[in-house]
Ligand binder design. Structure first.
Ligand code: UD1
Length: 435
């Protein structure tokens, strides 16, 4: 068991380099299962979620060869769909992409229901609807998802998503790549990682068009060949450091970003009085004056990302006046508010709305990371707080942020990761799914 200890009150100064996008990597690695050849994937973030997915593929017979800390070669020519390690798949939400990949490549799938419900009910009905439209017979029972195709191959279909879902859009794109005929996904999600997955699949020989718009057309091909691909920089990791310097003050150059992907975040921070200069592949984020209040509503891309809601809420705790945050994607994504309250934050939550009364100072406290982005939010609060903040349950944070402590330290933060003695076993070693 490890925890972070932060001594707050230091401005952030310097440069931080952004890693590969987690939410792209967690789809691209399972999609490698579709490829009948060797995939070389670069800019893979070195985080526990990607490591877990690589070990799931290894259990299924893939040869996984790390070429460096962030480049990996995956050879799925001899994988066996029956060999998915269920003790691992149930721990990671993104294992739902194995459904599309297995059905696409083998015409059959069996995996666990992705567990965990850290921010409300997280259904996969749209994933299942897509697979059924492509001719699969799907069944969910006993905590497992089963899929079969009578002919051994999915067929193209017209699929209108009832809800804009990142996961369902990507899962259907993966499965449809090897289906017979054309699949059209209407009301598709448009996040940058959807375009990245399409580019990955296309570089392996797929024919996916329109990713980044709300209509995606996939012309199924009979085989995906190997190739090389480099994952885009992480929009949410960059946004987290933008929020951190906005809250703590100072000036950070955030390198290896696609500024276009960050416009939804930059626009909000500018409203809050933060200065942001856009470079070709970097941003300079500076905050010298007091933070101003604003309102935020999370929406599918290009709206303000739900995965930045906890971090912006933490930042707004220190803005002058009252801000209103509305969570437009998830039902219950405010559990971290209790942790911020322990640090002196004034936040009232009513359903999907949080009203944040700005305070002059936060104070250090012992708090927990409730999930990945909630963990980032309490780190941001700790960086600004007077005194010492201890953050427990940091395994959530390490699922999604590469070298979080080292990157913050390099920018002048006083944060360390320390080991704490293990608690006696409680009889349940499961890690709730995150992501
Ligand atoms: C992914 C990300 C998560 C992010 C979310 C929204 C991963 C592993 N996770 O999650 O970090 O917060 O996108 O950007 O990449 N919905 C349904 N039925 C479905 C699927 C979703 O009703 O079959 C609903 C959900 O309850 C939610 C909304 O659609 O209200 C968006 O969910 P979705 O975009 O699918 O999120 P995930 O793919 O699970």
């Amino acid at each position: 068991m490890e925890k972070y200890i932060i001594k707050g009150g230091h401005k952030l100064q310097g440069e931080i380099e952004i890693s590969g996008a987690k939410n792209a990597a967690v789809a691209i690695i399972p999609a490698a299962l579709m490829v009948d050849g060797i995939c070389r994937i670069e800019n893979v973030p070195s985080i526990s979620d990607t490591q877990m997915l690589l070990s799931i593929l290894t259990h299924m017979g893939a040869k996984v060869r790390p070429l460096s800390r962030t480049t990996v070669e995956i050879d799925c020519r001899n994988v066996h769909p029956a060999d998915a390690p269920f003790d691992l798949t149930r721990k990671i939400r993104a294992s739902y992409y194995l459904i599309g990949a297995m059905l696409g490549r083998f015409g059959q799938a069996k995996t666990t229901m992705p567990g965990g419900c850290n921010f409300g009910v997280r259904p996969i009905d749209q994933h299942i609807k897509g697979m059924c439209a492509m001719g699969a017979q799907m069944e969910v029972s006993g905590g497992f998802v089963y899929g079969t195709t009578p002919s051994g191959r999915l067929r193209g279909a017209y699929i209108y998503l009832d809800k804009v879902s990142v996961g369902a859009t990507m899962n259907i794109m993966i499965a449809a790549s090897l289906a017979a005929g054309r699949t059209v996904i209407e009301n598709a999600a448009r996040e940058p990682h959807i375009v990245d997955l399409a580019n990955f699949l296309n570089s392996m020989g797929a024919d996916v068009r329109g990713a980044g718009t709300d209509t995606i057309k996939v012309n199924g091909v009979s085989r995906l060949h190997g190739g090389s691909y480099s994952i885009i920089p992480d929009q949410i990791e960059a946004g987290t450091y933008m929020a951190a310097v906005s809250a703590a003050g100072g000036e950070l150059t955030i390198k290896n970003v696609i500024p276009k992907h960050l416009e939804c975040i930059s626009a909000k921070l500018r409203e809050m009085g933060v200065e942001i200069e856009d470079g070709e592949d970097f941003l300079v984020v500076r905050r010298e004056n007091p933070l101003l209040r604003t309102n935020v509503k999370t929406l599918p891309y290009p709206g303000f990302p739900t995965d930045m809601q906890p971090q912006i809420t933490a930042t707004l705790c220190l803005a002058e006046g009252t801000s209103v945050v509305t969570e437009g994607v998830w039902d219950d994504r405010y559990k971290f508010v209790n942790e911020l309250r322990k640090m002196g934050a004034q936040i009232q939550v009513d359903g999907k709305v949080a009203v944040v009364e700005g305070v002059k100072n936060l104070t250090g406290a012992v708090v927990a990371a409730c999930d990945l982005r909630a963990g980032a939010a309490v780190v941001i609060a700790g960086l600004c707080a007077q005194g010492t903040t201890e953050i427990e349950d940091i395994h959530y944070i390490e699922r999604g942020y590469e070298d979080f402590v080292q990157k913050l330290r390099s920018a002048g933060a006083d944060i360390v990761c320390v080991a704490e003695p293990d608690e006696p076993a409680q009889g349940d070693d499961s890690i709730p799914a995150a992501g």
